[in-house]
Design a binder for this molecule. Structure first.
Ligand SMILES: *Cc1c(COP(=O)(O)O)cnc(C)c1O
Length: 368
C-alpha cells in the first residue's frame, strides 16, 4: 500500500521561499512573537486580498474571537451563523457569552441562505452581528446578504478560513464584511502549521485587536492592564512560513481547480452524482472538491472503499444545530444543510497528488 493520500495537507513551495524567511528569523534571533516576518506577512496578505489592514494571529479561531470583540459582541448578544460549517466558526460566539442562531444553507451556494437570513432578521431584529462562511472555497452570495445586513445595521464578519484566494464578483472573499478572517491551519490552502489573520479597512479596530492579542498591555513602564487580554499573536517564525506560502497561493488555486475539473469530468455522469455549485459570479479556490450522492451509491460506501486503499475522504460538515453541544440553539430554515450533510462527500484534494493518484481514486469510485 502506498503513502496515505490526504484530503488536504501542507505543501511547501518547490522554490524554498518559506525556509528563506524562517532562516532570516533564525539569523536575527527573532524567534519571538512579533518581528519583521509578522509585519511583512500582514502587509503582504493585506495587499494580496486588497484590504487596508491585517493582524496576524495564532489561529483563525482567535481571529473570529477578536472580530466578535471588535464588533462589540458581548454577553447575551445574538449572532447569526451558518449551521453548515466547522465548529470553530461558532465557538468564539460562546467565548463571548453570546448566543448563536443558526441559519440554513441554500442549494445554489451551499452557504448562508439570504432567504433564511431575512426570516432570522424578522424574528431577531436586535441581532448584533452576522458571521458568513465561504465553505470549501465557494463564496456565499454576498450581495443580497450585505444588503440585508446594511438594512438592519449589523456588523458582518466573514469567515474566509477555507476561501483564501476565492473571488466573489472579482473581489476577494474576506473583504466584503466589516471584518474578515483567514486560517493557516495545516489543512488549509496555504499553511503556517497553525495561524490566522484578521483583516479590515478599519485601522483603529485592527490596532485594538493587536492590543488585545498581546495581553492588553497599556502604555506604561510597568505592566498596566485596563482590559482583558489574550495571548493570540503569531510567532515570527511561523509568519516566515506564511510569507513563503503566500507566494504560491495562485499555484495552489490552479492545482485545486485542476483537481476539481478532473473529478467532474470523470465522475459527473455516474448515476446520482452532482458536484458542489460553481456560480458565474464565483471564482472559487476549490479548497476541497465536494460532491452530492443521491443515487444508489452512498457517501459512506465511497469513504470506506477509499479508506481501504489508505485514501482519506470525509462527509460534508455536520450542521451545528444538530450537534449535541448546540442543541438548544435556534435554527432558521428548511433543513437544506442537513441534506447536504447526509448526501455530501469531500474528495481528496491534496495539491501534492499525482495524475496516478487521481486516476486511482476515480477508478475506485467508478468500480462501486
Ligand atoms: C479551519 C476553519 C476555522 C478555524 O481556523 P483555525 O486556524 O484552525 O483556528 C474556522 N472556520 C472554518 C470554516 C474553518 O474551516
Amino acid at each position: 500500500m502506498g503513502d496515505r493520500i490526504f484530503l488536504s495537507s501542507p505543501h511547501m513551495s518547490d522554490e524554498g521561499y518559506e525556509m528563506k524567511y524562517v532562516q532570516e528569523a533564525f539569523d536575527t534571533n527573532w524567534i519571538a512573537p512579533l518581528g519583521e516576518n509578522v509585519n511583512k506577512f500582514e502587509e503582504e496578505l493585506a495587499e494580496k486580498v486588497g484590504i487596508g489592514h491585517a493582524a496576524a494571529l495564532s489561529s483563525g479561531t482567535a481571529a473570529i474571537h477578536l472580530a466578535l470583540k471588535a464588533a462589540g459582541v458581548g454577553e447575551g448578544d445574538i449572532v447569526f451563523c451558518p449551521s453548515l460549517t466547522f465548529s470553530a466558526t461558532v465557538n468564539p460566539v460562546i467565548y463571548q457569552n453570546a448566543t448563536p442562531v443558526f441559519i440554513d444553507s441554500d442549494e445554489e451556494t451551499w452557504n448562508m441562505s439570504s432567504q433564511a437570513l431575512e426570516e432570522a432578521f424578522e424574528k431577531y431584529p436586535e441581532v448584533k452581528a452576522v458571521i458568513v462562511v465561504h465553505l470549501y472555497g465557494l463564496s456565499a452570495d454576498m450581495d443580497p446578504i450585505m444588503d440585508l445586513c446594511r438594512k438592519y445595521k449589523v456588523s458582518v464578519i466573514e469567515d474566509a478560513a477555507e476561501s483564501l484566494g476565492t473571488y466573489y464578483k472579482g473581489k476577494h472573499t474576506g473583504t466584503f464584511g466589516d471584518y474578515g478572517i483567514y486560517s493557516f491551519n495545516g489543512n488549509k490552502i496555504i499553511t503556517t502549521s497553525g495561524g490566522g489573520m484578521l483583516v479590515s479597512n478599519n485601522e483603529e479596530r485592527i490596532q485594538k485587536a493587536r492590543f488585545w492579542a498581546t495581553q492588553s498591555r497599556d502604555q506604561a513602564r510597568h505592566y498596566e492592564h485596563s482590559e482583558l487580554g489574550f495571548n493570540y499573536r503569531m510567532s515570527n517564525v511561523t509568519a516566515g512560513i506564511g510569507r513563503g506560502q503566500l507566494k504560491v497561493l495562485d499555484q495552489r488555486v490552479a492545482k485545486k481547480r485542476e483537481i476539481f475539473e478532473f473529478y467532474k469530468k470523470e465522475l459527473s455522469n455516474l448515476e446520482g452524482v452532482s458536484f458542489m455549485p460553481n456560480n458565474n459570479w464565483n471564482e472559487p479556490n476549490f479548497w476541497l472538491t465536494s460532491m452530492i450522492l443521491d443515487g444508489p451509491v452512498k457517501p459512506i460506501e465511497v469513504m470506506e472503499v477509499l479508506e481501504r486503499e489508505n485514501i482519506e475522504a470525509r462527509p460534508v460538515w455536520k450542521p451545528m444545530h444538530i450537534q449535541p453541544y448546540f442543541f438548544k440553539c435556534d435554527f432558521i430554515g428548511k433543513g437544506v444543510c442537513e441534506k447536504l450533510f447526509e448526501q455530501g462527500i469531500c474528495l481528496p484534494s491534496d495539491t501534492k497528488m499525482t495524475k496516478y493518484d487521481l486516476n486511482k481514486i476515480v477508478e475506485i469510485i467508478k468500480g462501486l
